[in-house]
Design a protein around this ligand. Sequence first.
Ligand code: ACO
Length: 430
Amino acid sequence: MGSNTLTITDNRTGKKYEVPIKEGTIKATDLRQIKTGEDDFGVMTYDPAFMNTAACRSAITYIDGDKGILEYRGYPIEQLAEKSTYLETAYLLVYGELPTATQLSEWQYNITHHTFINENLKGVLDAFRYNAHPMGILIAMISAMGTFYPEAKNIFDAEIRQRQIYRLVAKMITIAGFSYRHMMGMPKVYPDNDLSYPGNFLNMMFKTTELKYQPNRALERALEVLFILHADHEQNCSTSAMRVIGSSQVDPYSAVAGAAAALYGPLHGGANEQVIRMLTEIGSKQNIPAFIKKVEAGEGVKLMGFGHRVYKNYDPRAKIIKRVAYEVFEVNGTNPLLDIALELERIALEDDYFIKRKLYPNVDFYSGLIYQAMKFPMDMFPVLFAIPRVSGWLAQWQEMLEDPDQKISRPRQIYVGAKRRDFVPIERRK
Ligand code: ACO
């Protein structure tokens, strides 16, 4: 074998093995040949939370966590946030290339003309209590929506798959808008085909008595940028859920519902809501040092919106979001929690605890402040994350289906339970 190999000596047997290294990786299954005898299953890797395991080869999103780089299909996130629209970025993620003018207008047309949801779905929505969390509603509605499109189970038919991609990207804003109106007890607003994707979403959220809703241009653009920033982030928790569920060859609605459920958690898409709660609890700048002390004492208190599994540097999305925040504050007035956030960031970035652990602001540190300034209630924050992430989930799902290396996901375990024993009748149990 060449030099791109790893030589392993098994000290239990004295045997030597050589396994190939390709793309900086060894195949976990190559370790199975390392055995102590015929009955031995072979060596496995133990990697809870997938700290060092590549579960796929992907050409969609590139992250260099140490340098703070994020690219979609090779394009830096900063350029996309400045020059692209969400729908154009979604096209890039799903198809791999920026669209031509004709491709973009077809894509926009198809998304725009799939935004209506079946009226029966409104019956599902009405079954929820007025105070149901909109993320719970979203997850249920996505799953219910799948039942309206039974052909979606033909996941290897490219044309059918394509139609579900239009539907899922398009209907997210309608379901999200309807969920909000349900929560507020307000009549639902139907999609308006004259508006952009984020503009249409604002219409379905906030339209009241005006005959035609005109979104504020600055707020519409801010939301566009937020959607671009949240569209994909390679193999994060919800995307991995999408791939794992999708690997069973279920329809994409069921897989997206599962991915959205993963996103709901406070360590993932729920973090920006926690940031607002944390800032509100801190209450004023002079309480920050005491709060930081609590975090450092490891009393289960975390500085929400800080830290990331991959970024060990400033999250590039957080930088862009900070700029967008000021643009929103210019229109709607500043968020009183901003001063606390800025001071908290300043203190944390100079603090040994955070420096040593390479903890920097992540995308969620400032996004909640913007959403709040845009008049979105906190419960809608994870929904705002899920809307654009659908394009990333679908791109990753499609890539998985077309990847000959992939099979149904099925991790191994190290069994640590009881050894084989005989059943004990209930009267003899202690
Ligand atoms: N506040 C205080 N300490 C922290 C924080 C934080 N926000 N994040 C990590 N740490 C500490 C950990 O306690 C640990 O310390 P130790 O070495 O003394 O035990 C060390 O830093 C390493 O952190 P881990 O939790 O092991 O890192 P992991 O990669 O597992 O977690 C995560 C990443 C979940 C994002 C974590 O940083 C966190 O909980 N942050 C707050 C929640 C948050 O903002 N989530 C949003 C992430 S971005 C997104 O999903 C879009």
